[in-house]
Design a protein around this ligand. Structure first.
Ligand code: PLP
Length: 377
């Protein structure tokens, strides 16, 4: 049973069913001038238009397909900095693909500052206001935390940032939000927004960056000039198809999926509260229900994870797509104690999980945690 859906999701069956056909019909290089190439090009441009209209920003934004959301985040930050960029503001809650990029920019001589999180895992608005000075030229703050599911109020953050510096460039990593929350880029007011296919039942290795028209970006990958010169390399046609299809499928049933996942989360927490084991939850009721950050007190997270894995129950520890060392920064910044951090697991649901699976999950957690505590006593 899979409960690490914030790290990746199973590809939707409809996408798999269409894969051979799409691959056959559109295997031609979209750069080819013959009919096959032109058809592949048109197929990509249709997918681009569909994704742009899904986030209700057709006229205002361009969409650049990349090899991952990690790459899109790198493109956003490395691509937008200029020699005369004065200051960059990034939140402490960012995924490593933004956080480490910001550290690298600092290494290269840029003035980079980090905004703290509040106890609920959101950006601390007071700290943001204090650090959002008129010399901040670039801001990067994620929409939904991959660690806790905390949802940042991007619209208000953008409004405040622009009231201080109306030329500020605002980037948002929307990987855990897009396809789950209603996202209207025009309403959010951001200049750049990152998404990823494999978090919403598309293929791994496909991401995209929405870039508002008029934002000057420099590429980080040079070559044949694909994707308006911003991401060279022959386009990943089936990957792009999977992103567009996955998004369409997610949005068509978005409210139903949200209601279903909320039921899963509520049942999980309710059943867990009846077991008598000790835990603390770091995802409050305002968080997106897809992610539950939880500490089983007195238990080493990795051991519990492995014991659950032996029972075929797969849960995450911190940010699984970036291995071992990233989760703590975020929880520590939220004020979570070291012992809770060391015993922290991330349980993340998808629309494919069932209520019956939740019953098994809680049973297995109960038995593993009890067994663990008997052993260490
Ligand atoms: N941003 C967030 C918030 C994520 O959760 C992830 C993956 O976990 C990424 C970026 C990176 O996505 P990708 O695997 O497409 O590079």
């Amino acid at each position: 049973m899979f409960f690490d859906n914030a790290s990746t999701t199973k590809v939707d069956k409809e996408i798999i069913d269409n894969l051979a056909r799409v691959n056959d019909e559109y295997f031609y290089n979209p750069g080819g001038l013959y009919r096959g190439g032109r058809n592949s090009r048109e197929f990509i441009e249709n997918a681009r238009r569909e994704i742009l209209s899904s986030l209700r920003c057709d006229d205002e934004f361009n969409l650049i397909f990349t090899g991952s959301a990690t790459e899109a985040n790198n493109l956003a930050l490395f691509g937008v900095v200029k020699k005369n960029t004065r200051k960059i503001l990034v939140s402490m809650g960012e995924h490593p693909s933004v956080y480490n990029t910001a550290l690298e920019l600092r290494q290269r001589g840029y003035d980079v500052e980090f905004v703290n999180l509040d106890k609920s895992g959101k950006v601390d608005f007071e700290d943001f206001k204090a650090k959002m000075t008129s010399d901040v030229d670039i801001v990067s703050i994620m929409h939904v935390s991959n660690e806790t599911g905390a949802v940042n109020d991007i619209e208000s953050l953008v409004l405040y940032a622009r009231s201080v510096n109306k030329k500020v460039v605002f980037h948002t990593d929307g990987v855990q939000a897009c396809g789950k929350l209603s996202v209207d880029l025009s309403e959010l007011g951001v200049d750049m927004y990152t998404i990823s296919a494999h978090k919403i039942h598309g293929f791994k290795g496909v991401g995209a960056l929405f870039v508002k028209r008029g934002i000057a970006l420099k590429p980080i990958v040079y070559g044949g000039g694909q994707e308006s010169g911003l991401r060279s390399g022959t386009e990943n046609i089936v990957g792009i198809y999977s992103l567009s299809k996955a998004l369409t499928l997610a949005l068509a049933e978005q409210d139903n999926y949200m209601a279903h996942v909320l039921k899963l989360k509520n049942r999980f927490l309710e059943l867990l509260s009846q077991t008598g084991i000790k835990y603390s939850v770091h995802s409050d009721y305002n968080c997106l229900p897809y992610i539950v950050s939880i500490s089983f007190l007195g238990c080493r997270a990795e051991t519990v994870l492995n014991m659950l894995s032996d029972k075929n129950v797969f849960v995450g520890n911190g940010s699984a797509c970036s291995s071992k060392n990233s989760g703590n920064r975020i929880l520590e910044n939220m004020g979570v104690s070291q012992s809770e951090t060391e015993s922290n697991l991330r349980i993340s649901f998808s629309r494919n999980n069932t209520l019956d699976e939740i019953d098994v999950l809680v049973d297995e957690i109960n038995s593993v945690v009890s067994e663990y505590l008997i052993k260490v006593r």
